[in-house]
Design a protein around this ligand. Structure first.
Ligand code: ZN
Length: 251
């Protein structure tokens, strides 16, 4: 691993001074790469925290443009970028924060082959999308590639977060949990969401990704954390691997 420069030692000093992280953890972060699928309410804060922490390479995927209605929660955007591609607007913000980070952008929806290629080349994947089709696809591809997946969702006043890890034998996958769900999904555009609710889940995705990269602490594997913002309650639900799961049972 490459030595840290004096400037990097200073820039990341507040996290390097954590004994669990130290210089070794920072080097792991600097040589890591994260794929973020979805540059919206989850992807915005997740990407900003990962860039600030010094993740070496960030790959952003989203085919959408910034809309007036996004600004209430997608805090990396401002009025001047309305109409601009989300990934390019986000990339500009990330580079402005930290020039150490190499940012790559993909401004279209990826098919399975393309997605697999991206997933194979990164340390961790963040699912920041808002629909079940993408979520099931990302989960499947992560299992194929053996890449850990940090998944979050938020709607209304509720947030959800979990980590699915193909490298951990007992880890369930997203399909184990939501295999039964039929396609009646809720989206922010139909149901509404409060900015800090979705923002908190995106920030926590960045946290779980950094922990996985640096190899510190207990990850949320096998646990689903549910945040009820209206009553401010956090619940943790134990998840079980489905022995019949078409995605993860055969591996
Ligand atoms: Zn499964």
């Amino acid at each position: 691993m490459t030595e840290l420069t004096d400037q990097q030692l200073l820039k990341y000093s507040r996290q390097i001074m954590l004994p669990q992280l130290d210089i070794d953890g920072q080097q792991k972060i600097l040589s890591s790469s994260v794929l973020i699928v979805g540059a919206g309410g989850l992807g915005n804060p997740a990407a900003m925290y990962l860039a600030a922490a010094g993740v070496g390479r960030l790959v952003l995927v989203d085919d959408d443009v910034v809309d007036q209605t996004n600004l209430q929660r997608q805090i990396a955007f401002n009025e001047s970028v309305v109409g601009q591609s989300k990934v390019s607007a986000l990339a500009e913000q990330l580079q402005a924060n930290n020039s150490d980070v190499q940012v790559e952008t993909l401004e279209h929806r990826l098919d399975e082959t393309e997605l697999l290629e991206c997933v194979q080349g990164v340390s961790v994947v963040l699912d920041c999308t808002d629909n079940f089709d993408s979520r099931f696809l990302i989960n499947r591809v992560c299992w194929q590639a053996g890449t850990p997946l940090v998944s979050a969702a938020a709607i209304g006043f509720e947030g959800q977060l979990s980590v699915y890890h193909p490298g951990v034998e007992a880890s369930p996958c997203y399909q184990c949990l939501y295999g039964e769900v039929d396609a009646q999904e809720l989206t922010c555009s139909e149901s509404g969401v409060l900015g800090p609710v979705v923002g908190s889940q995106g920030v926590l995705q960045a946290l779980e990704a950094l922990k996985l990269i640096a190899g510190v602490g207990e990850s949320l594997i096998g646990r689903l954390q549910v945040f009820d913002a209206l009553n401010h309650e956090w619940r943790v639900i134990k998840l079980r691997k489905d022995p019949q799961c078409p995605v993860c049972a055969s591996t």
